[in-house]
Ligand binder design. Structure first.
Ligand SMILES: Nc1ncnc2c1ncn2[C@@H]1O[C@H](COP(=O)(O)OP(=O)(O)OP(=O)(O)O)[C@@H](O)[C@H]1O
Ligand SMILES: [Mg+2]
Length: 508
């Protein structure tokens, strides 16, 4: 029986890149007013499926039907003409334009041959307020706003262009829980208005909270489409990973072993270290061989604290002592020389160099540490790259692949590889599992424990409390840009971390 409610149908879609079959014979259907989530491990083909739908790539085989009629989508323009609009995994707005300009770029309202700024700003304000419940100054530069707001702006633009189909590729990966709630409110509202949405996320809770149906891809293959209500989480995971429950249990068995060395020497010691307007002066001892967690809500100062220790932002208060040498401030080159590594949370801004290969991206920090005159021979570079491709299970046909051809999660792993390659004494990991699939998350947690066991000291930041619990020997809790508590060993539990945040600390 034909289903009249199907607004989009993709049949037998295949797409290859040199050395990679990104999609093979994939089917996908989208109903009117449904939220349909695409799930699969890093590199499974989710973003590629979206990109063929939006004309970024042409399909090799298959057909696309909109409301029952076959269409050819060969450019992003075609997609827009057909009312399909997208918020990509990587926010690609222009930070140095205003909010309003970003929303209307390429389709500015005109008056007598000139852009009508008044109308543009008014429209932008109205759009954000009516459809996203967001009241902000649209005349301000986009760069002045948080990633969360920037994401909302991208969504506003997409909603405005869209004519019934909206695609959201990991829009929540950098939002905090309140922001996710707000986004979901917007999605539900759009859904009630009849909008059909394709959603991609790696967060299990979110999938079940918002999805009507779920389609699973694995290795470019279509595994199935399911009603979310009828698909238990365990089944979903095993379909994504391709292993059954027992096998997964085994893989999940990360033995929790504390590694507390109370008397261990401090590798780094911050005293009254701080920066005005960024983070209040703090004292931290980072002890050799421990995994020290920085916990707190988004914006609590975790990243700021890490950036200060690595010298990305310059301290204006106190001192930091590393390997017995005292500094009143530090800068990244110096930090690297002292054996520090910093794997940032935003791979797009501070991490990847898109035009370079995986190999070049991996050896980047190592090479800059050695200085340009001690060139690492090509063969050695390849060995190093290959080692981390294997260790981190990076999905790629070769070390010579350009990094921007990798899936989002695999790019994140390359950045982690870059810092592991420098073999730092102290490695700062800021949200290392963001955008990484559920199987790889476990691998990274295990890796963190193993590195610590082998003597590396790690500062670990994650918004997922469960990760803090399974990785850390000690946790410092931050709130409002201040360290307000410390939890050690068995004290580290999701409930105690939350309680400390809620109560505003126990040191006080
Ligand atoms: N332009 C490209 N050139 C070469 N290979 C590509 C290109 N785009 C994607 N690929 C490859 O196709 C496969 C599927 O990638 P895709 O980005 O669709 O994964 P994904 O499911 O979105 O993963 P993630 O969860 O990490 O974002 C990966 O192996 C990726 O490396
Ligand atoms: Mg992707």
């Amino acid at each position: 029986m034909p289903d009249n409610n199907i607004v989009l149908e993709m049949k037998g879609i295949s797409k290859s890149f040199p050395g990679v079959k990104a999609l093979s014979n994939v089917d996908f259907q989208l109903r009117k007013g449904e939220i349909h989530t695409l799930m699969g491990q890093n590199g499974a083909g989710k973003s590629t499926l979206i990109k063929v739908l939006t004309g970024v790539y042409e399909i090799d085989e298959g057909t696309i039907l909109l409301s029952g009629k076959e269409v050819k989508i060969t450019s992003t323009h075609d997609a827009q003409e057909n009312g399909i609009s997208t918020v990509y995994q990587e926010v690609n707005l222009c930070p140095n334009l205003t909010v309003a300009e970003n929303i209307y770029i390429g389709r500015e309202p005109m008056k007598r041959g000139h852009i009508d700024w008044n109308v543009m700003n008014k429209n932008a304000e109205k759009l954000l307020e009516e459809r996203l419940n967001l009241k902000i100054d649209v005349k301000r530069l986009l760069s002045g706003y948080s990633v969360a707001i920037q994401q909302m702006v991208a969504i506003a633009r997409a909603v405005d262009i869209s004519n019934g189909i909206l695609i959201l590729d990991e829009p929540t990966s950098s939002l905090d829980s309140n922001e996710v709630k707000q986004l979901f409110k917007v999605m539900r509202k759009l859904k009630a208005e009849g909008m059909s949405m394709v959603f991609v996320t790696h967060f299990m809770d979110q999938v079940y909270e918002i999805s009507d149906r779920i389609t699973v891809l694995r290795n470019g293959n279509f595994i199935g489409t399911y009603e979310a209500e009828k698909l238990p989480q365990m089944d979903l995971i095993s379909k994504m990973i391709g292993k059954n429950y027992e096998e997964m249990q085994k893989a999940n068995d990360v033995t929790r072993k504390y590694n507390i060395k109370d008397k261990a020497e401090a590798l780094a010691k911050a005293k009254g270290f701080g920066r005005k307007g960024t983070i209040e002066p703090f004292d931290i001892d980072v002890r050799k061989g421990e995994v020290l967690g920085l916990a707190g809500l988004l914006g609590s100062g975790r990243t700021e604290c890490a950036r200060l220790l690595f010298g990305i932002d310059r301290s204006d208060h106190g001192t930091v002592t590393i390997n017995g040498k005292e500094y009143s401030y530090i800068y990244p080159q110096k930090a690297i020389k002292e054996g520090l590594g910093f794997c940032p949370e935003d791979r797009k801004i501070e991490g990847i160099v898109g035009q370079l290969t995986i190999r070049e991206n991996i050896v980047l920090a190592l090479q800059s540490n050695k200085g340009i005159f001690k060139y690492i021979p090509m063969k050695k570079q390849q060995e190093i790259a290959q080692k981390y491709i294997e260790l981190l299970n990076i999905k790629t046909p070769s070390t010579e692949q350009r990094i921007d051809n990798l899936s989002g999660g695999n790019q994140q792993k390359v950045i982690l590889g870059r810092w592991l390659a420098t073999n730092p004494q102290l490695l700062i990991l800021d949200e290392p599992t963001r955008g990484i699939d559920i199987g790889a998350k476990d691998e990274i947690k295990r890796l963190v424990r193993e590195l610590a066991k082998d003597g590396m000291t790690i500062i670990f930041i994650s918004s997922e409390l469960q990760e803090m619990v399974s990785c850390c020997d000690r946790v410092l809790v931050l709130r409002d840009r201040k360290i307000i508590g410390e939890l050690v060993g068995e004290e580290i539990q999701e409930s105690t971390i939350l309680q400390t945040i809620a109560e505003g600390g126990m040191l006080a």
